[in-house]
Design a protein around this ligand. Sequence first.
Ligand code: ARG
Length: 450
Amino acid sequence: MRLKDTNKLAQGYVASIPFDRRLYRQDIEGSIAHARMLAKQGIIAKSEAETIIKGLNSIRKKIERGKFQFKTELEDIHMNIEAGLFEKIGDVAGKLHTARSRNDQIALDLRLFVKEEILKTIDKIKALQTSLVELAEANKAVIMPGYTHLQQAQPVLLAHHLLAYFEMFQRDKERFHDCLKRTDVLPLGSGALAGVPYPLDREFVARELGFSKVSTNSLDAVSDRDFVIEYEAAAAIVMMHLSRLAEELILWSSSEFGFIEIGEAFTTGSSIMPQKKNPDVAELARGKTGRVYGNLMGILTTMKSLPLAYNRDMQEDKEGLFDTVDTLHSSLEVFAGMVKTIRVNTERISQAMKTDYILATDLADYLVKKGMPFREAHGVVAKLSKYAMSKGKSFRELGRKEYRKFSPLFSNDVYKITAESSVAARNVVGGTSPQQVGKALRRAKRLIKK
Ligand code: ARG
């Protein structure tokens, strides 16, 4: 329905053109494929299709040159382009909408859009993974404290820690690949809801537009927005991962940690405190995660309890999706750039492990190798640690006699336990030994190339 008679307030309220104009290219591509198919099936004349296609192409150019006048009273991108087509080629424009509804048209536009964006998203995740792998590679030998409960737990290779994020982003890519499978379905040909009374060749349209399947239920095809929800859910998970990385970079670049320095291009100064180098980029990524979660909750709530088939509520799918795509993409891009500028301060990192209590598990494992049951060894080292702390000594500063007080199994080779021996010992698949991490790095590089 045109909104000529609708009051201005309502007109602005129901219009989607301020945001769905972003779909102009998909809308035109879809219309061109539809017109071709209508002609091929003898539903409209070949010459009519040619006129329509020419007209659509010139509208595309006009939009791209910024010369096309979008009108709010024409509601949405579909009506705006159709009106433009009438202006350009006259009444034959009216044949384009044969065997089509805006309901299957918007479902098509959105699927084309999400398909394209998924590929971009995957590329951007890859670029970030590449930066992480480069940083890991450049600091291959650096041993840092690993934490649980944010308390020093066991030494790990910094590269191992960074590759943990590589794994998260690898799963994220898989989620998008999976989402792509369900997005890659042509809804056009479903009409308003019931299918159309024309002999369409939907497979032809699918091939023209690069879809690998056509939808099998017209009611579902016009009311399904699962692919939008899946994209936004996958995006929310990426942002969650990014926000964890952000948090660690913020923590590590604090003066208390001082493990890393983020390049100046990605930090900002304070307007009052001259010494500051604030990790704003990382903080904003952490912050924007909230908006991306919000968009997911928004679309889930919009779709909840909607009866079949199309309802205007569904127009609310777009702004959140666009915002999520833009936020995710800019966050990934800025992170890929920022990670490249990170300088690792190995001095500060080894300083942090100076007291060497982080080797307590290794002392227990040492006793186990000499025959003591692990639980008992755990108890012995707990007492030993308490003692060392009370004396203000690190493990390596304890004398042989002091060790002997806690167990006769301790001998000289206990001094061979170091952060290096600790990581080297964890040579199990997935462990932090240099050998395993070397393998993991090679695997990561292979996966990026794929
Ligand atoms: N602007 C609408 C949307 O985004 C397009 C579909 C409109 N269909 C309708 N019957 N009003 O959902």
